[in-house]
Design a protein around this ligand. Structure first.
Ligand code: AMP
Ligand code: MG
Length: 391
């Protein structure tokens, strides 16, 4: 049995980012940038009005002042207007400010009198003008390699005229669930059987990573059907197998993998839940064997599989987000493996929820965060702890 840290570092040493690709802007949502991106132009790109109103010279902008209208500046076409003190230009939001103007008065603050306006307020220099480059300078970094492209990142790239960009690869994934006792959702459940739920769990978690699910198959616990199903799964970048990696007579996954020429790098890790976890390689495919118990599959996916997939996709940050929280109950780990306690993070407080056993799916479903309690660690209610957010 190796430590969790050893397992993680061994996996991440083996796994490398896949080659990058170019995609259109919208297809990049959720992907990771494959290179740094820099601003092609300042934002805004020219001084412009923040309001519908009148461009003026602030020095002639006292309350009660009467200004002569000399033109109109709409958004979209720069009419190259110029004003002097005592004059005003009708202007609209986003329109370039005329030369000589150093402020805009909102239309609500003036009284229009044919080709003149009367100011109902005093005007300060710079008011309601969005200066060129005040948001972003030309050449400034707007996106780092390895950063996830989110909705606002897409908008910024569009505002900079990028129509496509280089992003990390799509990672193809196969899931194989194993177990004679399992029945597909929708089929009749007989005495002693259970519904197969790990595929649903893993597919949902994979979706969150942005990985591409190619297939989800089930195999009975017999050598031939395991070999056949696993062989199909190995055609992908990643194969995730659940169940059958423990030490029982029906746990034949290792056997099947070896007979397909796979190299098993890791089997059994000091982690609770999830001890029988397996990692290996077969050709270009990374193989993860997760224990069948739902909570074990869940925890080992998040701690070992998720970071590996993100690394393949070109992500820089492979960790689950962590936040400090006030612990609501005493927790002691007097076992021999670090324990991932499932809990609810709400209003800055972390409360362990449900049964903390590896089969307890309802408890897991009530949680949104995990607290790692190290071997021998004793945490007291009221303490501030770092918890991993998984939802
Ligand atoms: P195993 O790791 O194959 O020994 O399975 C451990 C426990 O997890 C057993 O109680 C199985 O019935 C259960 N289990 C295994 N695979 C699944 C699955 N895909 N969906 C739900 N439960 C499962
Ligand atoms: Mg089994």
């Amino acid at each position: 049995m190796i430590s969790e840290e050893e397992a993680c570092s061994k996996i991440l040493k083996t796994i490398q980012p896949l080659p990058a690709r170019r995609v259109s802007l919208l297809s990049a949502l959720g992907c990771f940038a494959a290179e740094d991106y820099f601003a092609r132009q300042p934002l805004p790109n020219f001084d412009n009005s923040a309001m519908d109103g009148y461009a003026v010279v602030a020095s002639s902008g006292r309350t009660g002042e009467r200004l002569r209208l000399i033109g109109e500046q709409p958004a979209g076409l720069d009419r190259q207007l110029r004003i002097s003190p005592g004059e005003a230009v009708r202007i609209f939001t986003g329109a370039p400010t005329p030369a000589g103007a150093d402020a805009v008065v909102m239309q609500e603050d003036v009284t229009r009198d044919r080709d003149e306006i009367v100011l109902n307020v005093g005007v300060e220099p710079g008011e309601f003008i969005r200066k060129r480059g005040c948001d972003l300078s030309e050449g400034q970094k707007i996106l780092s390699a390895g950063e996830r492209i989110r909705a606002a990142t897409l908008a910024l790239l569009a505002a900079q005229g990028f129509s496509d960009l280089a992003v990390g690869a799509e990672v193809s994934i196969a899931i194989v669930s194993t177990g004679n006792e399992l029945v597909s959702v929708g089929d009749e459940l007989r005495q002693g059987q259970v519904y197969e739920s790990n595929s649903a769990l893993l597919q949902a978690l994979l979706k969150r990573c942005g990985a591409m699910l190619k297939s989800a198959e089930h195999s009975r616990d017999d050598r031939e059907s395991l070999i056949e199903t696993i062989e199909r799964g190995l055609k992908n970048h990643v194969l995730i197998i659940t169940g059958g990696v423990s030490v029982g007579e029906h746990d034949l996954v290792q056997l099947a993998l070896r007979s397909l020429g796979a190299k098993i790098d890791i089997w059994r890790v000091a982690i609770k839940p999830g001890k029988p976890f397996l990692f290996g390689r077969a050709g270009g495919c990374a193989v993860f064997g997760l224990p069948g118990n739902p909570v074990s599959a869940f925890v080992t996916f998040l701690q070992f599989v998720r970071p590996a997939i993100l690394k393949m996709m070109g992500a820089a940050d492979l960790d689950l987000p962590k936040v400090p929280a006030r612990l609501i109950a005493d927790i002691t780990n007097d076992g021999d493996r670090p324990h991932y306690v499932r809990g609810k993070l709400e209003g800055g407080k972390f409360t362990p929820v449900g049964r903390q056993e590896s089969h307890a799916l309802f408890g897991l479903s009530q949680s949104n965060a995990l607290l790692r309690v190290a071997v021998g660690e004793s945490l007291k209610a009221g303490e501030i702890v770092d918890v991993q957010i998984w939802d």
